[in-house]
Design a protein around this ligand. Structure first.
Ligand SMILES: Cc1ncc(COP(=O)(O)O)c(C=O)c1O
Length: 392
């Protein structure tokens, strides 16, 4: 077995022979990044306002097809505000996948609400709408307009599907379930800039969505995020509360709400503008990398590269393989790859198993538990695609 992974590691290293260590995901700054950042420094507009913030918001809205994008300082802040915008309040419950990055559930707790964990599907790696429906049938009842958890007596206010590694959740049936139970959809699209469901960009399906531009994401602003929405009033309110809720005035400090200093600094937005100019090229390279990984793993039984399904056009942010547990020892594989200087990672520990969420409500999570023992992420930086033809 050991030889198999040495062999695989050798093939992965061949994707980029100049690098001794292959990290999981590295940003690249080969476009206008330096020019735009220098422009901020020379103009003195490095902080909370400036032309790059406005431009980044416009370009993001244009790219994703939403009416409005509001840039903030990270994806977690974007999720926090997104949940507030749809009225998540203390003692509410919010349905989230257990198989996600911890920020999805943390943002719920920032609103004083509780995450309620649900299972994912093997086809998408994201929330399973059919299992969600069955769970709601079992544990909830409608009280007026509200879906109430029979066990806790709390209102289930929102649901947060997350598009894992850029693969879209099956949104049509999910929206159907949520409209029957009157539960608002907030998309965690942190990983899915450049991903589409049935031809429409992710982030257009819920009332609000959140993006992340952390250093490991498909484009980066250093740290950063954005709130997406097609609702102008919500967008105005989001901009207001993420910029300290200050009323416009030449010198007076009047704040008419509890606001947050969640603004994206201009210097970060400058990076974002330059990165967004290159997104088509990144996406092109990532699809080539998928083909290369497919070729590598074709030869090895018991290792399956996760591919997009017919309804989803993925950005392939992180490449994922699923291991047959009968054939491979998961921990040994990770150790072996690390010894070979391939920075592979397991998927997240399911959130219901983390101490802060141990007492939260949950549905059957059998698929989550299984997938956690099978999924390994492999180096996914766009340069590993290695296509120099320049065709984006
Ligand atoms: C699924 C998911 N949600 C939320 C976040 C939070 O984004 P950030 O790190 O920008 O706060 C991330 C990424 O880090 C993520 O992967």
């Amino acid at each position: 077995m050991d030889n198999v992974w040495k062999d695989i590691a050798r093939k992965i290293h061949k994707l980029h022979q100049q690098k001794e260590i292959l990290p999981l995901h590295e940003p690249s700054f080969i476009g206008n990044e330096k020019a735009y950042v220098m422009d901020c420094i020379e103009a003195g507009w490095v902080s909370s306002v400036g032309k790059y913030v406005d431009r980044f918001e416009e370009k993001l809205a244009e790219y994703t097809g939403v009416e409005r994008a509001i840039a903030v300082m990270n994806g977690t802040a974007a999720l926090h505000v997104a949940l507030k915008l749809v009225g998540v309040k203390p003692a509410d419950e919010v349905l989230v996948p257990s198989l996600t990055f911890v920020a999805t559930a943390n943002a719920v707790t920032y609103c004083g609400a509780e995450p309620h964990f649900v299972d994912v599907s093997r086809e998408t790696l994201g929330m399973d709408p059919y299992k969600l429906d069955a769970h709601l049938q079992e544990i909830s009842f409608m009280k007026g307009q509200n879906c109430v958890n029979k066990v806790t007596g709390n209102i289930i206010r929102a649901v947060v599907p997350m598009h894992t590694f850029g693969h879209s959740v099956d949104m049509d049936p999910l929206i159907d379930v949520c409209s029957r139970y009157n539960i608002t959809v907030v998309e965690d699209a942190a990983e899915s800039l450049g991903s589409f469901y049935k031809g429409k960009h992710t982030g257009n399906f819920g009332k609000v969505a959140a993006l992340s531009f952390n250093g490991n994401k498909i484009i980066t602003t250093g740290g950063g995020g954005a709130i997406l929405t097609n609702d102008y009033d919500l967008a105005d309110y989001a901009k207001h509360i993420t910029t300290t809720a200050k009323l416009p005035h030449a010198w007076d400090y009047v704040h008419d709400d509890i606001g947050y200093n969640y603004r994206m600094p201009n210097i970060n937005a400058a990076l974002g503008c330059a990165q967004l100019e290159q997104i088509d090229e990144y996406l092109h390279q990532k699809r080539i990398l998928t083909k290369k990984y497919e070729q590598i793993f074709r030869e090895y039984p018991g290792i399956k590269l996760f591919k997009e399904n017919n309804d989803s056009h993925s950005n392939y942010w992180l490449q994922a393989i699923l291991l047959d547990q009968e054939r491979y020892d998961f921990s040994k594989v990770l150790k072996e790859l690390h010894e070979e200087k391939i920075m592979a990672r397991p998927i997240w520990k399911p959130l219901h198993l983390l101490q802060p969420f141990a007492d939260c409500q949950k549905s059957d999570l059998s698929i989550t538990i299984q997938l956690q023992k099978e999924i390994i992420n492999l180096p996914s930086s766009p340069y590993l695609g290695g296509d120099n033809s320049g065709q984006a």
